[in-house]
Write a protein that binds this ligand. Structure first.
Ligand code: UDP
Length: 371
């Protein structure tokens, strides 16, 4: 007998399936797309691992999660250090002494602090209540105008004054000459790509995987057939949007193979002006230190897009309106669907990074099997 149905073969579903299988349970995994690995899916093109759904850089400060993921792949020493292109001016990210030096000519942390202090005075000591105020409070008006406003408003399709402050607190601000985008202890890219991680998690005698299968074609039957369902799709869709629609942001990717060795000299270049329609260009070979065929490179332009039903949802929009609607769905779930576990970015409506997805899946595993 199969005990669990996992809907969605992304990272959350794969960790859960793997852990359940290790404990002797039989698991069936169904996936709507024709491949596993969700949005961490990578595919080799001209010897280069191409991130099909946007740049994924693994980073965590949790040793147990780093060790967990290292069971399934060896990681290289990639350190994310994107650069920002603002109308042709190049700045280092995250915001650090290199950025401040290029922008203001300051050389010491003290000079940089003084400049930031002077610029944040426009807030008159007000506690930041939205992304714009949070950004100005962290790094002042110049950086907000050149490196944040345009990018953010393109990415989220709304004014920075209408966005939650937490989004910008994802980025570090540093008074050192350190271009590492993340503060985490561990960081890297899996050698050979991400897809193998999910494939290895799912490669188990107790697991069967079917791709190209849409849960919603047979929802009621599935719920009857399986003692327990782990659902990693959109929670509002699960309930047929009956309390209303949650909002998501979508993305469109334009991938191109170029006949050159090195197109932009970095894995990630952000276009932070308001006019350029894409937010970033990724040159995939730089995630692997130039690996791949000579004379070839693969780049992807990432265009933010509005989301409507039927589009791929990439980001939950965690403002207070959507978060409170999500809470209502959660309450509905706890009342109506005892045998369904909701997980992942879409099931839990949270802007998770990969390590947080693994962490959330392992907590679910613990509650389910040891709780
Ligand atoms: N951000 C920005 N300028 C940049 C990079 C990021 O203003 O050059 C802001 C933007 O609001 C974005 C947020 O910081 O949504 C989080 O950026 P992150 O790189 O974490 O986004 P992700 O990689 O998850 O899309």
């Amino acid at each position: 007998m199969t005990n669990y149905l996992v809907v969605g073969a992304g990272l959350f579903g794969a960790v859960f399936a793997h852990e359940a299988a290790q404990r002797g349970y039989k698991v069936k995994v169904i996936e709507k797309r024709d491949h596993v690995a969700g949005n961490i899916y990578t595919k080799e093109v001209h010897g280069i691992q191409v991130h099909q759904f946007g740049a994924h850089i693994f980073h965590t400060s949790k040793k147990e999660i780093w060790e967990y993921v290292n069971q399934f792949a060896e990681f290289n020493r990639y350190t994310n250090s994107p650069v920002a292109n603002y109308n042709g001016e190049i700045y280092n990210l995250p915001f650090n002494m290199n950025t401040f030096n290029k922008l203001w000519g300051v050389a010491t942390p003290k000079e940089a602090m003084a400049k930031i202090e002077e610029q944040r005075a426009v807030l008159n000591g007000k506690k930041p209540e939205n992304l714009e105020e949070q950004a100005i409070s962290l790094i002042g008006t110049d950086i907000y105008e050149k490196l944040i406003k345009g990018y953010t408003e393109k990415q989220w399709g709304r004014k920075a004054t209408e966005l939650p402050a937490f989004i910008i607190r994802r980025l570090p601000v540093r008074l050192t000459y350190d271009n590492n985008y993340f503060n985490d202890t561990y960081q890297g890219i899996p050698i050979g790509g991400y897809t193998q991680i999910v494939e290895k998690m799912l490669d188990h005698d107790n697991i069967t995987v079917e791709t190209g299968v849409d849960f919603f074609d047979r929802k009621e039957e599935y719920l009857k057939e399986y003692a327990k369902v782990v659902f990693t799709g959109m929670i509002d869709q699960f309930f047929d949007y009956k309390l209303g629609e949650l909002e998501y942001r979508s993305l469109r990717f334009e991938t191109e193979v170029l006949d050159e060795d090195n197109h932009q000299g970095n894995a990630v270049v952000n276009y932070t002006d308001a006019e350029t329609p894409y937010t970033r260009i990724i040159e995939h070979k730089h995630f692997e230190f130039g690996k791949g065929e000579k004379g070839k490179t693969v780049i992807t332009r990432e265009y933010p897009a509005d989301w409507k039903r039927g589009d791929e949802p990439y980001y939950p929009v965690n403002d207070s309106k959507n978060n409170s609607l999500y809470k209502q769905y959660q309450e509905l779930a706890s009342k109506e669907t005892e045998n369904v576990i909701f997980g992942g970015r879409l099931g839990q409506y949270r802007y998770y990074n990969m390590d947080q997805v693994i962490g959330a899946a392992l907590i679910t595993v613990k509650n389910e099997f040891e709780g």
